[in-house]
Design a protein around this ligand. Structure first.
Ligand code: AHG
Ligand code: MN
Ligand code: MN
Length: 335
């Protein structure tokens, strides 16, 4: 029998195809990923017209970390929360924009084995100036019994327990990238059909790259080891003897996505003012650490593997060093 050859595979088709390899799978995780993709399309529409409608600017509130909240942060949070709450594949969520976890109390949601955590809009300081922003999420299997409402314990799990993690970039094109233990795959939104289409199958990050990403403005606040490595980046490159290229957008999603594809290292070290840095372990560091490790890279806080850190609170921060294995090893020799 001849098979029909068609170029593109949509996110929905892909997640369903993955299921075929596991006849006993319930399809719950696939459902959750498709729900996230659906919400991302709505967020994408709003992000794209952010310059048109009067949705720009501060919402006037301050989030739990004491930072200004932009209106689109709240819009995005509500989209992801809403789609998961109405879906059947998630028992509860935690979000960078919410003080506490939200346990979905209806019978269907309580019957789900997964919880999801997300940074609904990352790099939101860049919205006003039309620079790429994104969403980051991670999925864990709950530890409390299925059928009961989830508790904080379900969310305070080390990152190595992630079942899946992903991100969306709302950039020059919109992408959704997600990883499970089986691999990392990237989908680009085709606006003409409104579908995420598989464009980057089985992503592996290069062993070495040419890019280092760090906020140079904080240089004198970094530990000597970090300064030493930045200095090295500016002097030598293992491959050709020249310096690495510095790239720093200020949206970690866009910075880490570029480095994942091209090879590179991204750093948000602790500073004298903020010894734990800025990034949140559960919403930013863990999902990217999971994706990079599956793609062949590495992620640490400078001392230990990000995925081994036992979280003690929902919104805790962590220094982050993440990227190509070879460059991470160069860094480690300086720290
Ligand atoms: P968010 O918009 O969710 O608060 O996160 C912004 C983060 C991250 O995306 C980015 O890499 C970092 O903040 C930039 O911080 P600096 O301006 O301190 O370099
Ligand atoms: Mn963020
Ligand atoms: Mn955010």
């Amino acid at each position: 029998m001849s098979t029909i050859k068609r170029q593109v595979m949509t996110l929905d088709e892909f997640t369903i195809q993955q299921l075929r390899d596991f006849p006993h799978a319930t399809g719950e995780l696939s459902g959750l990923l498709r729900d996230m993709g659906r919400a991302a399309k709505r967020v994408n529409v709003e992000v794209n017209k952010a310059g048109l409608v009067d949705i720009l600017g501060d919402a006037g509130a301050v989030n739990v970390q004491g930072e200004d909240v932009k209106k689109l942060d709240i819009f995005a949070n509500n989209q992801f929360q809403g789609v998961l709450q109405h879906g059947i594949s998630c028992a509860g969520i935690a979000s960078e924009e919410l003080d506490d976890i939200v346990a979905f109390e209806d019978n269907v949601s309580c019957g789900s084995k997964y919880i999801c955590m997300f940074d609904p809009l990352d790099g939101s300081g860049n919205i006003d100036v039309n620079v790429s922003i994104g969403t980051i999420f991670s999925v864990y299997r709950r530890v409390t019994p299925v059928g009961s409402p989830v508790t904080l314990e379900d969310f305070l799990q080390p990152g190595r327990k992630q079942v899946a993690a992903g991100y969306m970039v709302y950039g020059s094109s919109t992408m959704l990238v997600y990883g499970t233990r089986r691999g990392v795959n990237g989908f680009t939104l085709d606006p003409s059909i409104g579908e995420f289409c598989l464009s980057h199958p089985n992503i592996k990050t290069p062993e070495f790259g040419n890019i280092y990403s760090v906020n140079h403005g904080n240089f004198f606040q970094y530990a000597t080891g970090v300064q030493k490595y930045i200095d090295l980046c500016q002097r030598k490159n293992k491959d050709n003897g020249g310096p690495y290229t510095q790239r720093y957008i200020g949206s970690m999603v866009a910075d880490v996505h570029r480095n994942l594809i091209k090879g590179g290292i991204f750093m948000y070290p602790g500073t004298t003012a903020k010894p734990k840095g800025k990034l949140r372990l559960l919403y930013e560091c863990n999902p990217f650490a999971f994706i990079l490790e599956v793609a062949g890279g590495k992620a640490t806080n400078g001392i230990e593997r990000i995925l081994d850190i036992q979280p003690t609170e929902l919104h805790q921060r962590s220094p982050l060093f993440i990227g190509s294995r070879g460059m991470m090893e160069e860094l480690e020799s300086c720290l």
